[in-house]
Design a binder for this molecule. Structure first.
Ligand code: PLP
Length: 388
């Protein structure tokens, strides 16, 4: 072969390297948990989204083992062809109960739920208003829909209102937002978004990936906590974060779920998850219902940790959640700090573009209900030393 069609790759990767944006793969040799074994050694883990410490809970493993005996592992085909497994159907009923909607649909992942849902709720005649810091999967869902996309400034309802005002000629208007933002750990002004959606006859779509299991009396998320649950017609979530399992879901009316079942391409054209995954998710939902102390403890602890770190002089992005972002700015400085913490036995990921905008690189501390006081103190001590 004389022409190498991938000859541009070495230079492209070197450019990432020069910009401090090249990711290095790491290997994990243990279960997920407050302590994990990486190839660099044992680390206290402030990197995972396993906020309630359920991913390695033995009750989930038992549910998986039991499910395997009846359903085996693989699921064979799209749920439209060989059916939803009984555990998937039961999980969907439980998710609808958690979210207090008529129905729910489980996708292979949260990414697939966002991409597939937006892709079939909007089209070329429509406009989607999207928060500037929405998750990549929402952004890709917007693109897949081929609707006009208008990005409004992060959390800025004045900007959103202004943009909505000249969107009245589109067939449909959608407002799309994370509820708890994945990198900045701050919250969308959901009650105002509900009002704006009503005033401008727009459909509000809320992604509760990081809030489900953590906020609200039932642990349903920020829509529950802000008491607007019944006013958000499309509620998306993932089973892979606080729920400690795998999969994504959409909760809403029976008609909505029927439409997604028929038209969401990431659902229709993707093999269903193994039944064992749904069995694990179902068990986790029951734990979330029965053990509210996990989320109460998590929210209490994050407040203390935020105070400690602010007191040390770090710039913490304001918020009231288990995602605690320490703003650093440039990628090189961010990665140096992450490396320093790693050498002290702490895994705290540095987050760089394209995950965050240029100039907003940060250290993302992700707190779990199962972190011990001593583990948190080790982080506080290391962060204090890093100020010197
Ligand atoms: C993680 C995340 C997703 C994707 O969920 P997966 O189940 O990991 O694919 C979607 N939306 C937001 C806001 C997320 O943070």
């Amino acid at each position: 072969m004389t022409f190498d069609p991938l000859a541009w790759l070495p230079e492209a990767l070197q450019q990432l390297e020069r910009d401090n944006l090249r990711r290095q793969p790491a290997i994990r040799g243990s279960a997920q948990g407050p302590k994990i074994v990486m190839d660099a050694g044992e680390r206290i883990n402030f990197g995972s989204n396993d906020y309630l410490g359920l991913s390695a809970d033995p009750r989930l493993a038992t549910a998986v083992a039991q499910s395997l005996k009846r359903f085996g592992w693989g699921s064979g085909a799209s749920p439209l062809i060989t059916g939803r497994s009984a555990p998937q159907a039961e999980l969907e009923r439980h998710l609808a109960a958690l979210k207090q909607t008529e129905a729910a649909l489980v996708f292979p992942s949260g990414f697939a739920a966002n991409a597939g849902t937006l892709g079939c709720l909007a089209g070329p005649d429509d406009v989607i208003l999207s928060d500037a810091k929405n998750h990549a999967s929402l952004i890709d869902g917007c693109r897949l829909s081929r609707a006009t996309v208008r990005v409004y400034r992060h959390l800025d309802v004045t900007d959103l209102r202004a943009q909505l005002t000249d969107c009245s000629s589109y067939r449909r208007r959608l407002i799309v937002t994370d509820s708890l933002f994945s990198m900045d750990g701050d919250m969308a002004p959901l009650p105002t978004l509900v009002e704006l959606a009503e005033q401008h006859e727009a459909l509000l779509v809320v992604d509760e990936a990081h809030a489900t299991g953590v906020f609200g009396t039932r642990g349903s998320g920020l829509c529950e906590m802000m008491r607007i649950e019944s006013l958000v017609p499309v509620r998306i979530g993932t089973l892979s974060k606080a729920i400690g399992s795998i999969g994504g879901f959409v909760a809403g009316s029976k008609l909505l779920i029927d439409w997604l079942f028929n038209r969401a391409r990431s659902y229709v054209f993707s093999t269903a998850l193994p039944a064992a995954c749904h069995a694990a998710s179902l068990t986790a939902l029951k734990i979330i219902r029965d053990e509210p102390q996990r989320r109460a403890l998590l929210l209490e602890t994050q407040r203390r940790l935020r105070e400690e770190l602010s007191g040390q002089g770090w710039q913490i992005v304001p918020g009231d959640s288990q995602i605690i972002p320490v703003r650093i700015g440039e990628p090189a400085a961010t990665m140096r700090l992450a490396q320093m913490l790693s050498e002290r036995g702490l895994l705290v990921p540095g987050i760089r573009p394209p995950t965050v905008p240029a100039g907003e690189s940060l250290l993302r501390i992700s707190l779990c209900a199962t972190h011990s006081q001593q583990q948190i103190e080790r982080l506080v001590a290391a962060m204090k030393d890093a100020r010197k």
